[in-house]
Design a protein around this ligand. Structure first.
Ligand code: DGL
Length: 266
């Protein structure tokens, strides 16, 4: 048993989708969330830069005495998971393996679609992880960089979002994908729109929800769960602009997000 919080980090606000899944599936666990709002987006940045930022955040979370770290950001997971695992004395869990495993489990003949930031797609991390389970899987990938600013702006159902989604997803729908991995923290917020564009026969896979399941079993295996009945607390920190973080964030995790500290890293 261990009362320490779980550290969760992302390049910005989108990782709250992963935090929400952890709150729902592990209601007894305390968390500390860090959103690197000063340096978002990570998607178009080099692997080296994303690794450096991720290491800085890891060190800050370790200073807060977290018992495990969840990399909510797909781009950080793609570029920095192994580095962070090598550096960290506590378990580090990324979002790509869990999302890829869920996609591989869908089965059937249809190709698997993966959407993410430019960095995540260029790394090929999802395709590699899917093919570790299904070696001959057909994977259709597409970077959708404009989705991130749309979500940061809170434009979940805006006509501009609809237009952009049709442009990005048209080729994936035409390829007949049976499942679409939402390989970016921000995309679950666009789920209703993405489901409409892809059609009801396509299964949307939310890497965040899959990751929360993996976090639960990782804590269990290492006997790191919080004692039953202990009250859970949730702390939020950002590297800049906490007002906007709260304003948009409250729309998807509600009043748990009463306040956020500003921690300028580096
Ligand atoms: N958090 C990033 C991810 O999941 C998306 C936003 C960004 O580009 O920083 O890949």
């Amino acid at each position: 048993m261990n009362r320490s919080p779980i550290g969760i980090f992302d390049s910005g606000i989108g990782g709250l989708t992963v935090a929400r899944a952890i709150f729902e599936q592990l209601p007894g666990e305390s968390t500390i969330y860090f959103g690197d709002t000063a340096r978002v987006p990570y998607g178009p940045k080099s692997a080296e830069t994303v690794r450096r930022y991720s290491l800085e955040i890891l060190r800050w979370l370790l200073d807060q005495r977290v018992k495990a770290v969840v990399i909510a950001c797909n781009t950080s997971t793609a570029h920095a998971l192994e580095t962070l695992q090598a550096e960290s004395p506590v378990p580090v869990i990324g979002v790509i393996e869990p999302g890829a495993a869920a996609a591989a489990a869908v089965g059937g003949e249809r190709p698997i679609g993966v959407i993410g930031t430019a960095g995540t797609i260029a790394s090929g991390a999802y395709a590699k992880a899917i093919r570790r389970t299904v070696p001959d899987a057909r994977v259709e990938q597409r970077a959708c960089p404009l989705f991130v600013p749309l979500v940061e702006e809170g434009w979940f159902e805006h006509p501009a979002a609809d237009l952009i989604a049709r442009e990005y997803l048209g080729p994936l729908a035409a390829a007949g994908v049976g499942a679409l991995v939402l390989g970016c923290t921000h995309y679950p917020l666009l789920k209703p729109l993405l489901q409409r564009v892809m059609g009801p026969g396509v299964r949307l896979i939310d890497s965040g929800e899959e990751t929360a399941r993996v976090v639960a079993s990782a804590l269990r295996e290492r006997s790191l769960q919080a004692p039953e009945g202990a009250p859970a607390t949730h702390r939020f920190a950002v590297s800049d602009d906490e007002a906007r973080f709260r304003q948009v964030g409250v729309r998807f995790i509600g009043d748990r997000l009463a306040r956020a500290e500003v921690v300028p890293l580096a």
